[in-house]
Design a binder for this molecule. Structure first.
Ligand code: SF4
Length: 290
């Protein structure tokens, strides 16, 4: 991957951006790799040399790296920070680096730090749940320890005090600890096998020049179409609804109008996957929309 410096940021940030903080060591797969969509993984491998990213767009991942360094310094009794574990399953070595493990009377509680947005934290994040449960599985297999809880410590980068004061479903503070469901180990193991199979199949398809498995709606972070009920002369919407009929009825009552806020695939449109220019699925969807 080429890292550019279009805005002339200090060299120290460039050095940080180019440094590899995490390596999966001798593992065949990392946990983050297996939970991410096979299409993204294949395209990233294939176009690795051509992928370009400006250091200015890497702010949050740089801060993520900084947070890991700071977290390591905050050593506290009964807490293990930054432990990488390896476990073999069906001849494949899987590894994962766990941000924080706290020993409690009922077992280990696993926490992962995530820089995220206020929008993302209010969505169902299956990937977060799966990732934490695979870490729990690694702890159980590699250390023979019981895990009693999995959670995310979300650091909300665009948090707004004003929004928090007016929106009931808005996070009340810029840091939120989210408890996630803890899966039975058998369910996690079945899920790991399923993901490994999906990645193997994608590789075979790619090697044979066949189409890659498409990213699902969930994997593309679909934001559904919404309908804003507005009135002439008023800047903000009276209400934003998911249902067109409901919005039209409210607009009639309020003597206003409905503005359609078209849904989109957040991950594709913003190129959060980093490969949208080589992705046939996304490029075809753009052509269809024309
Ligand atoms: S552009 Fe969208 S569909 Fe294509 S790989 Fe990225 S997330 Fe998946």
């Amino acid at each position: 991957m080429k890292i550019t410096n279009k805005y002339n940021v200090p060299e120290t940030l460039m050095a940080l951006a180019t440094k590899e903080y995490y390596s999966k060591g001798k593992a065949d797969f990392s946990v983050t790799e297996i939970i991410s969509p096979p299409q993204i993984q294949r395209l990233r491998k294939k176009y690795h040399e051509q992928i370009e990213q400006d250091v200015s767009d890497m702010l949050w991942s740089l801060l993520g790296s900084a947070l890991h360094v700071v977290a390591e310094r905050g050593q506290t009794e009964n807490h293990i920070t930054e432990e990488r574990l390896h476990v073999e399953i069906d001849g494949v070595v899987l590894s994962g680096a766990i941000d924080l493990q706290k020993t409690t009377e009922s077992g280990i509680v696993i926490t992962d730090y995530k820089f995220t947005s206020a929008w993302a934290i209010r969505q169902d994040k299956f990937e977060w749940e799966a990732q934490q449960n695979i870490y729990a599985w690694l702890v159980s297999k590699a250390k023979n320890e019981t895990v009693s809880g999995v959670q995310i410590c979300a650091l909300i980068r665009d948090w707004s005090r004003r929004e928090a004061a007016v929106k009931a479903d808005y996070p009340p503070a810029p840091i939120q600890v989210l408890e996630l469901p803890l899966w039975p180990l058998e369910k996690t193991e079945a899920y790991i096998r399923e993901r490994l199979e999906a990645h193997r199949n994608a590789k075979v398809a790619d090697d044979w020049g066949d189409a890659l498995p498409e990213c699902t709606e969930e994997e593309r972070w679909i934001r559904a179409t919404q309908y804003a009920v507005k009135r002439e002369g008023r800047k903000t919407a009276i209400r934003v609804l998911d249902d067109l009929k409901e919005a039209e009825a409210l607009a009639e009552k309020e003597k206003g109008f409905v503005e359609i806020r078209k849904g989109e695939s957040i991950r594709c449109v913003n190129n959060f996957c980093g490969v949208n220019q080589w992705c046939k699925q996304y490029q075809n969807s753009l052509k269809e929309a024309e």
